[in-house]
Design a protein around this ligand. Structure first.
Ligand SMILES: Nc1nc2c(ncn2[C@@H]2O[C@@H]3COP(=O)(O)O[C@H]4[C@@H](O)[C@H](n5cnc6c(=O)[nH]c(N)nc65)O[C@@H]4COP(=O)(O)O[C@H]3[C@H]2O)c(=O)[nH]1
Length: 797
């Protein structure tokens, strides 16, 4: 048996033995060991005597006044009798009402007994006649002394004094000092018989002594017993108070009778001071009816095990408890319910915390995957009932890893928290936003009526997340890619729905990020393909499956090639020649972008050096830098190393960085681009117009060229908005002394418009598609470069 169980068994045993006598409060009141209890008893005796004597006085006076016999009392005796009765009643009343004050007087009890002796002596003597019947009252006064006084000697002494007083009265009578006192049933002759009076005195004194001895002996026995009981009670109370469990007793109606120390300190109530405290009033409403039923059950004699409940403490704190209640009524005792419970508030809190931890993401406080699946099941059940749909949105923050790696995890964490709170703003309360890990979030939209509903939310999310975030002293711009699938159209099971939304999300990523895509079964093949690409990509470098194609950039004044843009291709053994759009984002996610990017940079530099060595007119080679590469700590060192290894002059290297990547963390980009510029490298901002650059930002960037995104070039000659954007970019570039190049120029209309608007350079299929190195060399020699006829005359070729 464990120590805890031994203690529990011990105190349960003690509790059981004392259960009947455990009416602690009421017991104390009738306790002879307690002076208050004894005084109460004595007071009762004295009131009884006073009433009896008073009745006799009234009877005697009445008899004297109205009876022709006039009784056997003289007028003076009746008067004296009434005065004595009055004095006795007066003393008693005085004692009763001023008990609290009198009891503090030393020898108050002795005095009380002596006064009783004296009054009774006077009463018997001076009233004479029938009042002499009251001589046994001496004995009662001795009994009073036995009850009131703790020391036997004092009891005997007072008993002796009583006897002496009685003797003195008889002696005085014998000697004729007092008036004649006729004794009932006694020959008046004997009233003056010394021997007879001596015998009476001896008899009364003997009785008095016997009462004093027996009374004080019995009282000491009672007192000792009571003291032992009180001691045992005290021990039990101490024992109960030392228990950590909350122990209480109450009536079946809930009135609290007793509570141990732990109960009092946990709840802040004290049944001794709070009158009529009812347990049911301080039980949490959730548990009230359950506890009421349990009390009823216990009162009916059944033990209620493992009762859970919660009290409301004095300061309104909920105190969760767990325990059992029982009721052991003994014969004649009122039904008392006993409860033993444990304060499990902390344990419950810990359990709740544990549950929260198991079901929530620590960083954002959002539900985690486990909880999300649970919520999704719930949403599915609701949708089934209402014949609605559930939408699962899978979100991945674009290029989050870059921010995390470059600005540190603390900023990354803040970003995730900010993203989480913005996501919560976009959905209703019934919907669920969860974080699956990393930068992946999911949203479950309940009771969806159709695709339009979901699209609205998706657009709201894209907008909310693209708002700039000021975190850790940086202004960050982030976008997100969202994959969406619907229950029941795209799957039944939560796991399947999440998987399909994930597949759709990848599609959104490959579709240029910052957009949403609905799941389509065809995407499954895409997912398989992606898996195949991922495994293949790891070996592609070793197997030398990557190729670089080159596309010329043409100067609009001279008509010459100013640069060759290196565009990566992957010659997949099964899928054929793959464009970068089908594998670059995958390379970024897998981290393979670093070795691949380095490979492209090295080979492009080598190629350019080779062209120069072949005697071709030197041009720049433009290499695209992924956001991940730009933010990589080792970028500058890598570029330097490659330039050294290949022997290419930095002025013939151009690095293209997309505007979105630069704007994601402008402060960081400024620092890196300045350093690259410092090496003598040409810097271009790619896809310009798609990001959020402002003039203020541009002024800080140390770049050479702005490259108008091909989406604005496509309809630049027919669409007024695109035309306005393109001309604005050209004007901006001119004012900042930057070169402006347009990409994706396919026809003469675009060409003429851009030329008329003073665009410095152009690139596009109109001049040449991206071509392998050998063909690129031909272009550099001026062979095969397509310049529109209309322009040839004006160009200084
Ligand atoms: N419709 C149309 N398209 C034209 C025309 N002229 C050129 N293009 C295409 O436009 C893209 C221009 O590259 P970008 O904007 O830097 O966009 C590039 C670039 O961001 C990225 N990329 C290419 N190579 C690399 C690389 O080595 N590293 C990194 N990080 N990204 C690369 O992949 C993107 C796509 O490259 P590509 O598929 O080669 O697509 C190229 C090119 O083939 C035209 O007249 N019409």
């Amino acid at each position: 048996m464990s120590a805890g169980k031994v203690v529990q068994a011990a105190w349960l045993g003690a509790l059981g033995r004392n259960l009947g006598s455990m009416q602690l409060q009421s017991l104390a009141r009738g306790n002879f060991a307690d002076p208050a209890g004894r005084n109460e008893l004595v007071a009762k005796i004295r009131w009884f005597l006073a009433v009896m004597i008073g009745c006799y006085g009234v009877f005697a006076a009445g008899f004297y006044a109205f009876s022709e016999y006039g009784l056997f009392l003289t007028r003076e005796q009746v008067i004296f009798l009434l005065v004595s009765v009055g004095a006795f009643l007066g003393c008693n009343t005085l004692y009763h009402f001023h008990y609290e004050r009198i009891r503090n007087i030393r020898y108050a009890a002795h005095l009380q007994v002596l006064i009783d002796f004296l009054l009774i002596t006077l009463l018997i003597h001076f009233s004479g006649g029938g009042a002499s019947w009251f001589w046994p009252v001496y004995l009662v006064a001795t009994l009073e002394a036995a009850i009131l006084l703790d020391r036997k000697r004092e009891v005997w002494l007072l008993g002796g004094i009583g006897g002496l007083m009685f003797g003195a009265m008889l002696a005085g009578q014998y000697l004729g000092w007092f008036c004649e006192v006729p004794m009932p049933f006694v020959d008046p002759q004997l009233h003056h018989d010394g021997l007879f009076l001596l015998l009476i005195w001896l008899w009364v004194s003997l009785l008095n002594a016997a009462i004093a001895v027996i009374g004080s002996f019995l009282m000491s026995v009672i007192r000792n017993e009571n003291e032992a009981l009180r001691r045992s009670e005290r021990r039990l109370v101490n024992f109960l108070d030392s228990a950590n469990d909350l122990i209480f007793s109450a009536t079946p109606e809930g009135r609290l009778l007793y509570a141990n120390h732990s109960w009092k300190s946990a709840l802040g109530f004290d049944p001794d001071t709070a009158d009529n405290l009812n347990l049911l009033d301080i039980i949490h409403p959730t548990y009230k009816s359950k506890c009421q039923a349990a009390f009823g059950k216990a009162a009916a004699g059944q033990r209620v095990n493992v009762l859970e409940g919660s009290f409301i403490a004095c300061d309104r704190r909920p105190i969760d408890v767990e325990g059992n209640i029982t009721c052991n009524p003994e014969d004649g005792d009122a039904t008392v319910i006993w409860g033993i419970c444990r304060d499990v508030t902390e344990r419950k809190k810990a359990q709740e915390q544990l549950y929260h931890l198991a079901h929530h993401d620590m960083l954002t406080g959002l539900p985690n995957r486990l909880f999300f699946i649970d919520r999704l099941k719930h949403a599915r059940a609701m949708a089934r009932r209402g014949e609605k749909q559930v939408a699962v949105l899978f979100l991945d923050l674009d290029r989050f890893k870059i921010i995390n790696d470059t600005l540190g995890h603390s900023v990354g964490d803040q970003l995730l928290q900010e993203a989480a709170s913005r996501l919560l703003e976009c959905v209703r309360e019934v919907d669920t936003v969860a974080r699956l890990g990393g930068d992946e979030f999911t949203v479950a939209l309940c009771n969806v009526n159709g695709v339009e509903d979901v699209e609205q939310v998706a657009q709201k999310i894209l907008k909310a997340l693209s708002r700039p975030m000021a975190l850790g002293g940086h202004e960050l711009f982030i976008t997100t890619s969202i994959g969406i699938c619907l229950y029941p159209d795209h799957g039944e099971e939560p796991v399947e729905l999440i998987k399909n939304a994930d597949i759709a999300m990848y599609n959104a990523k490959t579709n240029g990020r910052n957009n949403y895509q609905f799941y389509d079964q065809a995407m499954d093949q895409e997912a398989d393909k992606r898996l195949m690409l991922e495994t293949g990509m790891r070996k592609a470098l070793e197997r030398e499956e990557f190729r670089i194609y080159y596309q010329p950039k043409v100067d609009m004044v001279s008509g010459r090639v100013t640069a060759m843009e290196a565009l990566l291709r992957w010659e997949h053994p099964e899928l054929g020649m793959l464009p970068p759009s089908s594998f670059i984002s995958l390379a970024e996610e897998t981290g393979l972008i670093f070795p691949i990017g380095e490979w492209v940079l090295r080979h492009a530099c080598l190629q350019n050096r080779a062209w120069q060595d072949q005697g071709l007119a030197p041009v720049r080679v433009a290499v695209n830098l992924s956001g991940y590469q730009l933010q990589h700590k080792g970028l500058i060192a890598t570029v330097r190393k490659i330039l050294e290894e290949t022997g290419l002059d930095p002025m013939y290297l151009e690095l293209e960085v997309t505007e979105t990547v630069v704007m994601q963390n402008p402060d960081f980009a400024v620092a890196i681009l300045n350093e690259l510029r410092g090496l003598g490298i040409h810097i271009s901002i790619d896809d310009f117009g798609t990001g959020y650059s402002s003039l203020a930002h541009l002024k800080r960037f140390s770049v050479n060229t702005l490259k108008i995104d091909k989406s604005f070039v496509r309809e630049v000659d027919i669409n007024s908005t695109d035309a306005a954007i393109a001309t604005a970019i050209i004007a901006m570039g001119n004012s900042l002394n930057l070169k402006v190049i347009a990409e994706g120029v396919e026809n003469e209309g675009q060409f003429s418009f851009l030329r008329e608007n003073k665009c410095d350079e152009m690139q596009g299929y109109l001049f040449s598609k991206p071509v392998p190195p050998q063909e690129a060399a031909k272009l550099l020699r001026g062979e095969g470069l397509k310049i529109p006829e209309t322009a040839l005359a004006e160009l200084s070729i």
